[in-house]
Design a protein around this ligand. Structure first.
Ligand SMILES: [Zn+2]
Length: 156
């Protein structure tokens, strides 16, 4: 069994909407995927106290160093998260394993987007044929939230 998610996040990793704006955006996303009042509970809103890694699950297949361009193993990222005690970070500063450079986690190159945010709207198992939001829909979510958004498609 596996689950697909759409994760909608502000394009500024520290920005958070108001609770009211978050609820409006979530209601709109729920409408897109489930129709009026149907299974709306599968759309979730999450506020994170700290900057949090928003990953793409199995879709993330490759990480490359932003300094030396060497491949970095996914296991390394898993270890970073484990040592940090979770995916929410006080600081994104790391020493990369390839060349030992000091870098920020959000500066590494990810084959499928990994982003960082303090807020997300996530829709589990999107049920319509086209799962991604188009430009118009993303613009509407951004308008409701009050900030530009990006989407991360994830599969676990
Ligand atoms: Zn490197």
């Amino acid at each position: 069994m596996s689950d697909s998610y759409i994760r909608l996040i502000p394009d500024d990793q520290r920005w958070q909407p108001t609770v009211e704006a978050a609820a409006s955006a979530a209601a709109y996303v729920a409408e897109l995927f489930y129709g009026q009042g149907d299974a709306v509970e599968r759309v979730e809103v999450t506020f994170y106290d700290r900057v949090t890694l928003i990953d793409a699950g199995e879709y993330t297949t490759r990480i490359a160093c932003s300094r030396c361009e060497a491949d970095i193993s996914l296991d390394w990222l898993g270890d970073v998260v484990r040592e940090n005690g979770g995916a929410s970070f006080d600081s994104l500063d790391v020493l990369v394993p390839c060349c030992g450079a000091a870098a920020e986690l959000d500066s590494l190159h990810y084959e499928e987007p990994i982003r960082f945010a303090r807020f997300e709207v996530s829709a589990m198992n999107p049920t319509r044929a086209r799962s991604e939001l188009d430009g118009t829909e993303l613009a509407r979510v951004a308008q409701l939230l009050g900030h530009p958004v990006v989407q991360v498609l994830a599969h676990y």
